[in-house]
Design a protein around this ligand. Structure first.
Ligand SMILES: Cc1cc2nc3c(=O)[nH]c(=O)nc-3n(C[C@H](O)[C@H](O)[C@H](O)COP(=O)(O)OP(=O)(O)OC[C@H]3O[C@@H](n4cnc5c(N)ncnc54)[C@H](O)[C@@H]3O)c2cc1C
Length: 458
């Protein structure tokens, strides 16, 4: 049956876009998490028509289809845990239109995030969602995970910019959900169901994205702390004070040292924590915002505050932030990256809980993330081949999820559920919420074709 199916897939997309050799299947068996499940076949469609034909064929053969963008996912969404077809969407990579008059971008979902951000910038507008993986991740992956990023604290996350989309449904039919304009709304916002659905409800092939005005000016600041608690309290006090910075990123000492070792950009390696803070807006407002930020930092115990005055200095700080993942990867080979998120007022309490958990299970944990959003990224640096250590990691992760929920937070601020957090989803949704999610999945995807083994499909 497999041979017949592969032959039919070749007819749909052409032989060079179908791969079923072992090496290729292994290459598409993993994402940025740490487990691998090879698909039976890898297919790279070049149009919505081809995507629809593949999904119809998968229904006929009763074979799972797992959508894949750039596979930078941190919850295992693109990993085909039940085999079947790995549907790689990177050939759908056209920026179809940037409509400046209507402040709208129409893009295929295989477009790289940074390519879109750059094109929008060149057209004189602004697309704020900026995951740290933007150089690699795709817009489809961003929509399917509802990606956030450093700018989320002021500008919101991917869902705040999705107006509508073209979707291939689990039976292979094609539908437009939502629309191109902010002000139109005929019926419920069905498109929002697809945002964050991790390829379990439909394959998104095109999106209509809202664009906004570019801020005229920005100021980047680095606040240095001799206590992680003080830095965490600053985040909470900053938000409560009414000035919302564009970004409010935290890095603890282990993170700072890892990045400095990796990049050598002059980070303060003796600091217990730093906050990377940016404010933006009109020229007239920038100075006042920066002064306010500095006041709050000083009041909370910052030992020094540096203002980046040249584009090179700003670039250096952001390169440091974006290098955290590879830098930490140098410390230990397996990086368990979590994004349990809490209300911003609970950041200091969450930081304390995280340190207790790391100590209790004797694990190396770095703490960084979009703290201004309540979104901390505790990363446990371990080695997946050390079974005893991995058992401790598992217990620590469970405790970390529980801590976030106890503090009124969520299992995931932006990385999604995938296979990694699926066993814990019920802790957050409760029995009834989980049953509703499962019923929705079963109703939309009656054959259970799309991305089985994830989210509500256990
Ligand atoms: C170094 C690093 C930094 C990161 N920083 C951030 C960050 O700051 N913020 C953040 O939110 N995330 C971050 N991430 C996580 C990841 O980059 C995001 O989740 C991103 O949105 C995934 O995009 P992708 O194209 O790689 O998707 P993939 O990993 O390929 O897929 C992710 C999920 O989306 C589904 N999917 C992909 N395309 C489609 C489609 N067209 N239609 C339907 N479903 C689809 C897949 O089935 C899967 O479930 C980071 C990851 C790394 C490795």
């Amino acid at each position: 049956m497999k041979q017949q199916m592969v032959a039919e897939l070749r007819q749909i997309v052409g032989s060079s876009y179908v791969m079923d050799g072992l090496e290729d299947r292994i290459c598409y068996s993993f994402d940025a998490t740490f487990r691998d499940f090879p698909p039976d076949v890898v297919v790279k469609p070049g149009s919505v028509g081809e995507v629809a034909a593949i999904v119809k064929l998968a229904n006929r053969y009763q074979v799972p289809v797992t959508a894949r963008g750039a596979a930078t996912g941190l919850s295992g969404g693109a990993v085909p845990v039940k085999g079947g077809i790995s549907l790689v969407l990177t050939r759908l990579n056209k920026i179809i239109e940037i409509d400046t008059a209507n402040r709208l971008a129409i893009v295929e979902t295989g477009v790289i995030t940074e390519d879109l951000v750059t094109a929008v910038n060149q057209a004189g507008l602004f697309f704020p969602p900026d995951p740290a993986s933007a150089k690699t991740s795709t817009i489809g992956g961003n929509v399917a995970e509802c990606a956030g990023g450093p700018r989320g604290v002021k500008y919101g996350i991917t869902r705040d910019y999705v107006l509508g989309m073209e979707v291939v449904l689990p039976d292979g039919s094609v539908v437009e959900l939502g629309n191109k304009f902010d002000s139109e709304m005929a019926g419920p916002d069905w498109g929002m169901l697809l945002v964050g659905s991790e390829g379990t409800l439909g394959i998104v092939t095109k999106v209509y994205l809202k664009l906004i005005d570019k801020p005229n000016a920005k100021q980047t600041l680095l606040a240095i702390f001799s206590s992680l608690d003080d830095a965490a309290q600053t985040v909470s006090d900053m938000i409560a004070s009414g000035t919302i910075p564009t970004t409010l990123e935290i890095m603890d000492n282990l993170t700072i040292r890892a990045v400095e070792e990796f990049l050598k950009v002059g980070l303060p390696v003796t600091a217990e924590a730093i906050l990377l803070i940016e404010v933006d807006g009109s020229m007239a407002s920038i100075g006042k915002q920066a002064e306010h930020v500095m006041r709050v930092c000083k009041k909370c115990g910052a030992t020094a505050i540096q203002a980046a005055s040249t584009p090179e200095d700003i670039d250096k700080l952001w390169r440091a932030r974006k290098a955290i993942s590879p830098a930490c990867g140098k410390i230990n080979p397996t990086k368990i990256s979590e994004d349990a998120t809490v209300p911003r007022s609970q950041i200091p309490a969450m930081v304390r809980r995280l340190r207790e958990i790391a100590k209790k299970y004797d694990l190396k944990m770095v703490i960084f993330g979009h703290a201004g959003d309540g979104n901390l990224h505790p990363n446990i640096l371990s080695n997946k081949h050390n079974q005893e250590e991995m058992a401790r990691v598992e217990q620590a992760v469970e405790e970390l999820f529980q801590a976030a929920l106890d503090l009124g937070g969520t299992l995931s601020g932006e990385h999604g559920i995938g296979y990694m957090k699926a066993p814990f989803l019920k802790w957050e949704t409760g029995e009834i919420g989980f049953a509703v999610g499962k019923k929705l999945k079963d109703t939309v995807d009656q054959q259970g074709i799309l991305n089985p083994g994830k989210m509500f499909d256990l």
